[in-house]
Design a protein. Sequence first.
Length: 205
Amino acid sequence: MNLLGTTALTGALLVSSVAGAADLSTKNSRDNYVGRKSWAGFYVGADVGYETSELSVDGTPFSLGGGGALAALRAGYDVQPGGRPLVLGAFGAVGTTELEYNSVDAEVDVFYEVGARAGIAIGNALPYVFAGYQWRDFGDVGGEALNLDGWFGGAGIELALGGGFSTKIEGRYSLREESVSALGTTTDLEDDAVSATVGLVYKIN
């Protein structure tokens, strides 16, 4: 084989090798992408945790500190535009809390909340931040219905377990307020709370 033929054959083999490597790299990248966890869709879940709270009367030094267990059921929907790492979602929850303020029991009959979250998917993990609104019904306190509402915000991380299940842990700060009228006087109550929860989530689709 002359020099020209040898050079042409070598060039053809080199081009073929480069093309094969490029195809393999593209296939591996595509397989890795397909294998990544998708966070889009509907989900349901349950949370349990603990909350510490300080109930105070605005404009006075009076306050009651306490804490207790909480539990909630929740549902939500997430989107992952274009399959990118950004995850956006909205959620709602209903739950109950058993609080004790300086040896005074104050059970929350029920609380409702709605909120939104935003996170960055990193493989099978989803760290996120969230914020929303909560309304609490303490029931009948001293012959008066006591309801507190306000905002909350925090951060968490969710980890996929497989089979549609995932687990999560969250920490949040909440500020709830209510104006109570008695004997012609209006009193403003303020409830500052910090809570930590763990939860189990099931992705429906």
